[in-house]
Write a protein that binds this ligand. Structure first.
Ligand SMILES: [Zn+2]
Length: 206
């Protein structure tokens, strides 16, 4: 009998920044059009922020390369977060993405600050937000699938589901992918109950 071949790990897609020449993950690539010839240039997040700061005249903007950080969830499981800064006009967004086996997968967080805010203070706010979120679980795995925790609250991020061609969302709850169908099945435990659905920006506290 033939032994099944082990699956090759998925390849990490990267891109080269046309400004500094560094190779970065595709998620950190920004396509910027030049005002001279309207051609697009591929820049890393760092160079794109530096160019945006110069264009906006933000002399006080400073960016920092944050090292990845591990945060334990309430079950004692470590989650590794990588950070990405994005400057947008008067504000700056600091994003934390969980990385598993080299890929963005799991929890995603964001805080927004002033473009001249101390990056370390912004990081402190983001880490507090991550710790608060990881201290709570919303779903419990059971033999027949997931169920909603006793507290009856589900927080998550609405994502794109390729399998549904974008017609139904793929949710990210407790750092795991949850289909719309799965959530529907979990809700049927509460048939006849009320519910409240609130939609908030990624940077807000829910
Ligand atoms: Zn660059």
């Amino acid at each position: 009998m033939k032994r099944p071949r082990p699956k090759a790990p998925p390849k990490i897609i990267t891109g080269i920044c046309t400004n500094c020449g560094s190779e970065v993950p595709e998620s950190d690539i920004v396509m910027l059009s030049s005002s001279k010839d309207s051609a697009y240039r591929q820049l890393c997040g760092w160079c794109s922020n530096a160019q945006a700061a110069a264009a906006f005249g933000l002399n006080g903007f400073e960016q920092h390369r944050f090292e990845p950080v591990q945060v334990l969830d309430c079950a004692g499981v470590p989650h590794e977060f990588h950070f990405r800064t994005t400057l947008f006009g008067p504000g700056v967004a600091l994003n934390a993405s969980e990385i598993r086996n080299g890929f963005r997968s799991g929890y995603e967080f964001q805080v927004i600050g002033d473009s001249e805010e101390d990056p370390m203070i912004l990081l402190g706010r983001l880490l507090e937000k991550i710790r608060r979120a990881l201290a709570v679980k919303h779903l419990v795995p059971e033999v027949y699938g997931l169920r909603i925790e006793e507290h009856g609250v589900v927080r998550g991020i609405i994502g794109w589901d390729d399998d549904e061609e974008g017609l139904l969302p793929l949710l990210n709850v407790d750092g795991r992918k949850v289909t719309w169908d799965e959530l529907g099945r979990m809700l049927m435990t509460y048939e006849g109950w009320q519910f409240k659905l609130e939609i908030r920006d990624k940077s807000e506290e829910v």
